[in-house]
Design a binder for this molecule. Structure first.
Ligand code: NAP
Length: 250
């Protein structure tokens, strides 16, 4: 198990992509803590699933928009498990709407949940990672960062921000043994995309060269790859995992 002895923190680990990441990292031998916001039942189910497979897992209720919460979680984790090796900033939301109708709270909610949270947890975790001279940070972006969907200006801005932030801090942290990369999923079947998928399922598949929607596990495998010690020469990159959606030509 290649992540044996490693400690990982995943935000938004109670459902969808985050849940698959928690389970995949734990199956590889990492001790995994994850943050969830309000769905306690879903969070406990993930803990039980990991523990029933012999893994170690903790669910932490918090709001990723809070800097204080991020600092407290990293301090507690470093004290309890002695290290923080892998940080996956995955928590995210959508609040779609055309610009003319987009209320300030829809803008603020998406930017603070998807982008400010990444600053919060990266800043808190890198203090610990620098003292270890080791870290793997993976930030969840989206193909929306580099394409254009009407009604997603707030979401695209947040994910574009995540990619720029990732590149900048990758250069700051490279000499400390810390890599920072982003993963950009296409359409993945989760609660977040349920409405879009049920409205446009067949048409959506026709636009994807591999002719299927992604599964949370497809993203978890990419995260696991970047989380390995052996991925030390990859930093500041965005790994697109979209079944060829953004290649065009279909
Ligand atoms: P999801 O199924 O809606 O799950 C979202 C997760 O984030 C849940 O665990 C939720 O916790 C947590 N969360 C939301 N707001 C939070 C907050 N303020 N504080 C703490 N936790 C919070 O989403 P998903 O589809 O798996 O998406 C995961 C990530 O992938 C997001 O960053 C998303 O933008 C990105 N992404 C998804 C797709 C896709 O097709 N699904 C495509 C591209 C990118 P609770 O369970 O407590 O609510």
């Amino acid at each position: 198990m290649s992540l044996e002895g490693r400690v990982a923190l995943v935000t938004g680990g109670s459902r969808g992509i985050g849940r698959a990441i928690v389970e995949t990292l734990a199956a590889d031998g990492a001790r995994v803590a994850f943050v969830y916001h309000s769905n306690e039942a879903a969070a406990q189910e993930v803990v039980q699933q990991v523990e029933s497979g012999g893994g170690e897992c903790r669910a932490i209720q918090a709001d990723v928009r809070s800097h204080d919460a991020a600092v407290g979680i990293i301090e507690e984790l470093a004290e309890q498990w002695e290290r923080v090796d892998i940080l996956v900033n995955n928590a995210g939301i959508i609040r779609d709407g055309l610009l003319a109708l987009m209320e300030p709270d829809a803008w603020d909610a998406v930017i603070s949940t998807n982008l400010t949270s990444v600053y919060n947890f990266c800043q808190a975790a890198t203090r610990q990672m620098m003292s270890q001279r080791y870290g793997r940070i993976i930030n969840m972006s989206s193909v929306a960062a580099s394409t254009a969907n009407p009604g997603q200006a707030n979401y695209a801005a947040s994910k574009g921000g995540v990619e720029g932030f990732t590149r900048c801090i990758a250069t700051e942290l490279a000499r400390r043994g810390i890599t920072v990369n982003a993963v950009a999923p296409g359409f993945i079947e989760t609660d977040m995309t349920e409405a879009v998928v049920s409205a446009a399922g067949a048409d959506l598949r026709k636009r994807i060269p591999v002719r299927r929607l992604g599964k949370p596990e497809d993203i978890a495998h990419a995260v696991r790859f970047l989380a390995q010690e052996e991925s030390s020469y990859i930093t500041g990159q965005v790994l697109t995992v979209d079944g060829g959606l953004t290649l065009g030509g279909f």
